[in-house]
Design a protein. Structure first.
Ligand code: PAF
Length: 286
């Protein structure tokens, strides 16, 4: 369904004025935080948000404080006009696109650090990344006074970090997660995929294939360390330049799993292909 009525807010003041009006009218407000370069994974979050709430705010903000590498921040795709057209077509009510100065004005001095679940995995490979994520997500949720917020399961560790923060800080928002959306060949949708060459893009499908095969071996009771190491080796053999991690974690709390799992587990990986860092994860059946 489309609406011609999407508006764009660039400041906390303008966003709040709109949301406060909705709240006075008794409407429930959903937020979908994004960094733009939108794809159908994001739009699936928007569809879920529309189904659950009366009004939907989507934020587009390439958050500088969650990048540990200036080159990665500079290379992050910025496609605001195309994104706005997609969101208008998806029936979004407000696009919130603050500037960096609006989010982090001079003197800004607060960091939210979620211990435990933000350590290791992407947190190990990208120091400070989840401090930046937690800080900006907390700000966005409070700026939008959101009743619900929607996140994709592809960023599995991020979901744990956000849930822990919301619980610990008693934020009055419900966190909803949606399954990873995949391309026809199985590659998890990601804004980073568009940075791959045609050859790299064709090769990238190996990542979900290797993870799925490894998860099946683990579920069948194969030796865990052997299965994990052979999966890492398979990625390198397929042309990935390095593997930041490929690990099995408890799906409920991200605790390391060191033997054949007896509770829901998730196989998680981050690997580099053509200077692009791809992440993915699959469930391991028990
Ligand atoms: O997943 C993302 O795109 C970002 O980490 C988020 C949640 C929008 C925070 O900047």
């Amino acid at each position: 369904m489309t609406t011609a009525h999407m508006t764009t807010a660039h400041t906390v003041h303008d966003l709040r004025a709109q949301v406060m009006q909705w709240k006075r009218d008794g409407l429930r407000v959903a937020m979908v935080p994004t960094m733009g370069a939108l794809h159908d994974g994001h739009l699936s979050l928007v569809r879920a948000a529309r189904a659950a709430c009366d009004r939907v705010v989507v934020s587009i903000f390439v958050n500088p404080i969650q990048f540990d590498d200036a080159a990665d921040l500079a290379a992050y795709p910025r496609t605001l006009d195309a994104d706005a057209a997609l969101l208008r077509g998806a029936g979004v009510d407000v696009l919130y696109a603050p500037s960096a100065a609006e989010m982090y004005p001079p003197g800004f001095a607060t960091t939210i650090r979620v211990r435990g679940v933000s350590e290791g995995l992407c947190g190990g490979a990208r120091p400070g990344h989840f401090d930046g994520v937690a800080t900006v997500v907390c700000k966005l949720l409070m700026q939008a006074l959101a009743d619900c917020a929607f996140f994709g399961e592809k960023d599995f560790q991020q979901v744990h970090v956000v849930r822990r923060m919301v619980t610990d800080l008693n934020l009055p928002v419900e966190i909803v997660t949606c399954p990873t959306r995949r391309e026809d060949d199985g590659l998890a949708m990601s804004s980073r995929n568009r940075r791959l060459s045609a050859e790299g893009r064709a090769r990238a499908r190996i990542l979900p294939q290797v993870l799925t095969q490894c998860a099946e071996r683990i579920a069948a009771g194969d030796d865990l360390d052997t299965a994990l190491q052979q999966a890492r080796d398979a990625l390198i053999a397929a042309g990935f330049t390095s593997v930041d991690y490929l690990e099995l974690r408890d799906a409920r709390d991200l605790a390391p799993v060191t033997t054949t799992p007896t509770a829901p587990a998730r196989l998680l990986a981050a690997a580099w292909l053509e200077s692009v860092r791809l992440i993915d994860g699959v469930d391991v059946g028990v």
